[in-house]
Design a protein around this ligand. Sequence first.
Ligand code: FMN
Length: 626
Amino acid sequence: MGVSRDEAWRLFCEWTESDSLRRHVLGVEAAMRAYAREGGEDEELWAATGILHDLDYERYPDPDTGHPRLAVAELERRDYPPELVDAVAGHAEYLGVPRTTPLARTLFAVDELSGFVAACARVRPEGIHGLTPKSVKKKLKQASFAAAVDREQVHRGAEELGVDFDTHVAKVIAAMEERATELDLKGDGSAWAGGGRHRARGRAAAMNGRERQSAVYTGGVSGRRPRVPVAPERLADAARRAMSEQAYAYVATGAGAERTMAANRDAFDRWRIVPRMLRDASERRLETELFGRTLPAPVLLAPIGVLELAHPGADLAAGRAAAAEGIPMIFSSQASRPMEEVAAAMGEAPRWFQLYWSTSNDLLESFVARAERCGCEAIVVTLDTTLLGWRPRDLDLAYLPFLRGKGIAQYTSDPVFRGMLDRPGDDGGSERSPQINLAALRTLIALTRAYPDRFLRALRSGRARAAVERFVAIYSRPSLTWEDLPFLRERTRLPIVLKGILHPDDARRALDHGMDGIVVSNHGGRQVDGAIATLDALPEILEAVDGRAPVLLDSGIRGGADAFKALALGASAVLLGRPYVYGLAVAGEAGVREVIQNVVGELDLTLGLAGGSATAELEPGALTRV
Ligand SMILES: Cc1cc2nc3c(=O)[nH]c(=O)nc-3n(C[C@H](O)[C@H](O)[C@H](O)COP(=O)(O)O)c2cc1C
């Protein structure tokens, strides 16, 4: 039968969720194609072989029992040509299958090498551009660099193929460079120290509370204080000083009389930890599995819009910090930077996408498709903001950032949204011009700067203002109901997580609708004043879900002890919200990193001091209600 590359890719994607593994096989495909073209071979067959060689790696990575045995069986079952199947078997040395064809020898020669070339490219600001065989060879001699890559195999592969090593490396670089964007090797100034695919996890995070403590105290001996205050109230205070009055009000305050904001905190205070003694606290495990990915700690960065209010680095700074600590970042629909930019800055680190359900189905589909292309590993649909809550502090200041062009980068960078600007709208875009005075002019200039076209061109064309008006008209769909969920379910294979669930019946219904997870959230008390605190809502929701899906929680997490309580009650993980925005305001990327380290460090120490050894094993018995 003729082999189709696209069919091979579909099959591979069915088996493989990992973005880094997908990129790895695309890199191998690029190199295989280059060799096929040069040798006049069947390019489709060679490309498919490159893609399928790691078909089972994600599901069955164990070399003793799994990879690539299951791939071989599956490919045989599907009647793939024996030549392809033998090449797949032959690339795993430990199976001892001889490489008798050029196809098999080429696969073996480019597999490890392409992974190594990618690792070299990722630590260079300019990415793969300008990478030379000489610098690749130099890195091959550094045993600690991408240590998972088998150097001996890289050299033997070239020998078996009978090619000059330098020419071989140059060919693989050139083939991968042609597809630099797809392989995420364009470079962006943020060097990423990954390894081979077997350990493409990024830099180790300081998830150990003792290490964090000793870094701070040792710094104190040489007169250094932490960049951002550790105590939550002083952190918020420092952020207030670093931000404008409007910006701080937008981030820090809540709906109505802020009763729900207070209730969120009170709920944590009503649960107390009952520490147990003499249980060996020397080893503590914080790792958590969520949707097939192991995280270093059960903590994610909550989706927070308009981060530019805190710091010009905005989502890029937060994304880099999250990546450096190995904590997933949830990209907001209201981000200040397009998801593609942030994803590129995060390398292989995990990220999810939060969706506000627009009135435009086309835009919704485009957002989801972009998120998938950016390697997002879940879609979080926020349900509690179909209308904006009543926020007295923002109302008193008459300040809403979106009307100034802030927090709409996902929209202005979207092809579907931009297409809408070319068509006159029938969905409520205002035709009225605001009265022109100095303040209005300033606002117009500010929002024009936020539009990605050149400043003057955007100002002249009026597209920036049109973008804001169009955004206001379509960003949310107040008419949303349960009946809308299948539309999304049919359009993505990613796990879908509903955020904003507070009632157990809604949790049950979410699962009945094929949703994969829940975030118990009241949006940090920004939507319904008087709404139930999330920690109070959690136990009944957990009962309703009954272990069928992960239940995450946010709203009020200020430190590791809070996270401990939510986890002990049964949450799978927590989302960190305002504290990381405050860290960003005070010290940019470094500030966000410190906040993450502080929260996770405190969680680690609380776990040990309470007599626990793993967050995943915590039980409600660790707490008492007062
Ligand atoms: C300034 C700000 C912007 C937010 N933007 C979003 C958003 O774009 N999408 C979303 O789902 N939630 C958003 N949230 C809610 C957070 O994801 C999270 O639920 C909340 O911050 C948790 O409360 P806490 O920060 O008090 O812990 C925002 C919260 C704040 C403070």
